[in-house]
Design a binder for this molecule. Structure first.
Ligand code: DGL
Length: 355
């Protein structure tokens, strides 16, 4: 009797093991790179959805909290760093990009998920959209409620992101941002609400698709070059050119601009009013700085619509670049990378129309 029992247990274990191996063999291999944020955050109570601490929970615990991940992918986790994403910077970006490219060059990695704070997800997504050298899916995910909250959105967002990163349908679409059952493209996505779960939108230009019961369904694609099709390569870079953003408003002045110059910036993105308008105080200063060799991108504080060349400023005469529909924060990223390739403003303008 006892022998039979052991035999049955032995058989069950072997069958289970085979099933797991068989299942694993048929699933995509997805690596989760954790960087912090609210998805890894903890609050004092289950109803604390503001005023919690981000970047507390490690990647292994994030994965363990969603056993369903094992049904859609063979998942491995790495804690690349652990920060609230308002602290994201160029050095973190270079470290993350190099690790992403190393992993995607491996045959046994089919896709990557990056868990990230939502404050700067859109910037990290756009940076990676320009420097990842693979067509394999890279899906960035976050959460608007900490892991300890009632109806925390992190677990389902993580499940959806892994399912998307493992899907052949997500190949070649550029870096994606997936929260709240929606798929956004890296170039046009932005955070639109300080608090709500549906905060990520691609206003006017539109999201790329939805995730339906763990399956990505795409309805649109970006027309802009990305990832393996870009001319940028950060593999040998240890730092990026110093570029900052000055914000335009009533009572505009040159205090911030002059501080950036004094700090040694090589480029300034000006987030002008309206269609990138420059006040009569700011325009001559930026013009003079361009003549001194600083690179100027004329952007706008307005969320939608293109900043049009030679519209609110004679950009041909002042030799400024216009940001097209890129936000000031994304224009900063593209100007930094452009300056690693060229000092020719006509070439830089081409890049702003291309990426
Ligand atoms: N501190 C913010 C961040 O890490 C929290 C926002 C979030 O992750 O949702 O971006």
């Amino acid at each position: 009797m006892l022998v039979t029992k052991f035999a049955r247990v032995g058989f069950t274990a072997a069958a289970l093991c085979t099933a797991v191996l068989a299942q694993a063999a048929g699933l995509p291999n997805v690596t989760i790179l954790a960087t912090g944020g609210t998805i890894a955050g903890t609050g004092a109570t289950s109803t604390t959805t503001v005023g919690y601490t981000a970047a507390k929970i490690g990647v292994e615990k994030l994965i363990a909290a969603v056993p369903e991940l094992q049904k859609v992918a063979n998942v491995k986790g790495e804690q690349v760093f652990q920060i609230a994403s308002e602290n994201m910077n160029n050095d973190y970006w270079l470290k993350l990009a190099k690790r992403v490219n190393e992993l995607l060059a491996q045959k046994d990695v089919d896709g990557i998920v990056i868990t990230h704070g939502t404050d700067t997800i859109e910037e990290t997504a756009y940076f990676l959209n320009l420097v990842v050298k693979s067509k394999k899916p890279v899906v960035i995910v976050g959460a608007m409620r900490p892991a300890t909250a009632l109806s925390a959105d992190g677990p389902i967002n993580l499940y959806n992101a892994v399912a998307t990163a493992g899907s052949p349908d997500a190949v070649g679409r550029g870096v994606l941002v997936a929260l709240n059952d929606e798929i956004q493209g890296a170039r046009d996505v932005t955070k639109t609400n300080t608090m709500t779960a549906n905060t990520f939108r691609s206003p006017e230009l539109g999201s790329l698709g939805y995730i339906v019961s763990g399956k990505p369904v795409f309805y649109r694609a970006s027309t802009k070059k990305n990832t393996a099709d870009t001319e940028f390569d950060v593999s040998k870079l240890d730092k990026l050119p110093a570029v900052d953003i000055a914000f335009g408003a009533a009572n505009a002045n040159n205090i911030a601009i002059d501080a950036f110059v004094a700090a040694g910036d090589v480029g300034i993105v000006y987030a002008g009013t309206g269609d990138g308008s420059l006040s009569s105080v700011v325009r001559p200063r930026l013009t003079e700085l361009r003549k001194q060799g600083l690179y100027i991108v004329r952007s706008s504080r307005i969320s939608n619509g293109p900043v049009v060349r030679n519209g609110e400023n004679d950009d041909d005469a002042t030799d400024f670049v216009v940001s097209d529909t890129l936000s000031p924060q994304k224009a900063r990223i593209l100007l930094m990378l452009a300056l690693t390739k060229t000092k020719d403003t006509k070439e830089i303008q081409r890049m702003f129309y291309t990426y």
